[in-house]
Design a protein around this ligand. Structure first.
Ligand code: SAH
Ligand code: SF4
Ligand code: F3S
Length: 470
């Protein structure tokens, strides 16, 4: 999953969240505020939560100090992610002490991991709700309003929230996340997700396609299909017809040639040639794959229970390059996993040299309570070595990113306009198929968000391309 997922705090865009429901915000009895941390799945879940609260008469606000209900949708993936949430809760303390009616709720993976313990550790929390229990929010809120604290962290084997229309909180109106599955069965030894998100289950294919169609009709031009391991998507309908990821991708692509499709995350053990051929066949399926490698050394990969080898990964990359020659490729890397030697770390660097990723998310190993690694392996690489290895990985990747972006100078790309560039409202920004951000002058033309344009690149940094429309 992507960097936006790991560090961004998103605030609700009030006006846009109201829009699909009513023009009269006065019909809302109360106000809620929600902040999301972690991966795109969490951001997508916050949109489901907003929808559930909306039907209960809660209207959104961007100002937490005036909210009746303040929610943090939390992440447990690394120690630091949890620390950020704890610090945020401290910031709420003063205001909460002076406004007795304010409820504070913790949602998401940290709620699931800590369960009722959260209420003991953080006294100002009233509500703890796990990722599969959001439908119970209205009754839990009712309980807390009568002075109790409430917890629901039951995980489900079926819940996919398939019938709930998310309230789009990210206001660009062009790109939306569509969750296609929940949970994860992979049990990578370092990872807390199988414990916080439960068993893998796929969402009804028809409801996914309908959601994408509705988004297109509302003016959206890009959907990102979300799951921890999208290649193992597998849904059987009431007539016994099974849909796997390749065919699902194809059906979404057929919604409209003007709707771009992205997906995240692919697992190297599961991504198939069938999916690659589907990508190559449809112009509107973006040529971009996020393929987390974690390590370039086979012994460490086995230790992580990734179930592929270095050679398998390199072979997958070679298949991608041969079936989709201009495919953008990014990855995740972990430095200093249990027992990783200096030579094994060098294997990660050499794999990066071979793959030349356009972009990467890089982390040092953070032991998570309850995971297999925490129970069975010693976290024995010193903090100093983890950090130094991570710096080497980051430095190498920065060079590769710069190289990859520079190589685009002179090329022309189709870009979907997402909005004004961050720096100037004289410029548009948008992505190319390979997921690279492109910035270019508006040039006085009557264009708008959601339009496609062709842009020729004339300069590059390691994270942005600049160009001119042609
Ligand atoms: N489902 C995705 C990843 C989800 S978590 C996949 O299988 O690739 C996103 C990334 O966080 C992982 O790819 C991994 O690189 C990183 N990560 C997960 N657990 C971690 C841990 N305990 N310490 C450091 N990084 C971790
Ligand atoms: Fe975690 Fe592995 Fe599942 Fe990804 S595939 S969520 S890293 S257990
Ligand atoms: Fe996502 Fe963090 Fe949970 S990465 S699945 S929010 S632990």
């Amino acid at each position: 999953m992507t960097e936006t997922l790991h560090k961004v705090v998103d605030e609700l865009r009030q006006g846009e969240a109201y829009a699909p429901f009513t023009n009269d915000p006065n019909i809302f009895k109360k106000k809620f505020y929600i902040e999301s941390y972690g991966c795109q799945m969490n951001f997508s879940d916050s949109e489901i939560v907003a929808s559930i609260l909306h039907t209960e008469g809660f209207g959104p606000t961007r100002n937490w100090e005036e909210a009746d209900l303040v929610l943090l949708n939390t992440c447990s993936i690394r120690e630091k992610a949890e620390q950020t949430v704890r610090n945020r809760l401290q910031a709420f303390r003063k205001v909460k002490e002076n406004s007795p009616g304010m409820l504070i709720g913790v949602l998401g993976c940290m709620a699931e991991r800590l369960k009722a313990k959260f209420l003991e550790e953080e006294k100002l929390v009233d509500l703890v709700v796990g990722p599969d229990a959001y439908r119970s929010l209205p009754s839990l809120i009712a309980e807390t309003e009568s002075g109790q604290k409430s917890v629901n962290v039951l995980l489900s084997r079926e819940e996919t929230y398939a019938d709930i229309s998310p309230v789009r909180l990210d206001g660009n109106g062009v790109s939306a996340f569509v969750s296609i599955m929940r949970g994860c069965n992979n049990m990578c030894t370092f990872c807390v997700v199988p414990f916080t998100r439960g068993r893998e289950r796929s969402r009804n294919a028809e409801s996914i396609i309908n959601e994408c169609r509705n988004l297109f009709e509302e003016g959206y031009r890009e959907v990102t299909l979300l799951g921890q391991n999208v290649d193992s998507y597998d849904y059987t309908n009431a007539d016994g017809v099974t849909v796997t990821f390749g065919p699902l991708l194809e059906q979404v692509a057929l919604v409209s040639p003007l709707l771009r499709i992205r997906f995240s995350t692919s697992h190297p053990k599961d991504i198939t040639d069938d999916v690659l051929h589907t990508m190559a066949k449809y112009n509107n399926i973006c040529n971009y794959i996020h393929l987390p490698v974690q390590s370039g050394n086979t012994r460490i990969l086995q230790h992580m229970n990734r179930t592929y080898t270095r050679e398998w990964y390199l072979h997958k990359v070679q298949r991608i390059r041969s079936i989709i020659p201009d495919c953008g490729l990014s990855t995740d890397v972990i430095s200093g996993f249990c027992s990783e030697t200096e030579e094994e770390h060098q294997d990660t660097l050499s794999l990066m040299e071979l793959c030349r990723f356009d972009m990467a998310y890089m982390f040092s190993y953070s032991e998570r309570p309850g995971t297999l690694a925490a129970r069975r392996f010693a976290d024995d690489v010193s903090e100093e070595d983890k950090k130094r290895r991570l710096t080497e990985i980051i430095n190498l990747q920065n060079g590769h990113s710069r190289e990859s972006y520079t190589a685009d100078i002179g090329k022309t790309f189709e870009v979907l306009i997402e909005g004004d560039s961050k720096r100037s409202d004289m410029d548009w920004c948008g992505r190319n198929s390979q997921n690279k951000m492109v910035v270019f002058p508006k040039g006085g033309l009557p264009l708008k968000k959601g339009d496609y344009v062709h842009v020729t690149i004339f300069s590059a940094t390691s994270a942005t391309l600049r160009g001119e429309m042609v």
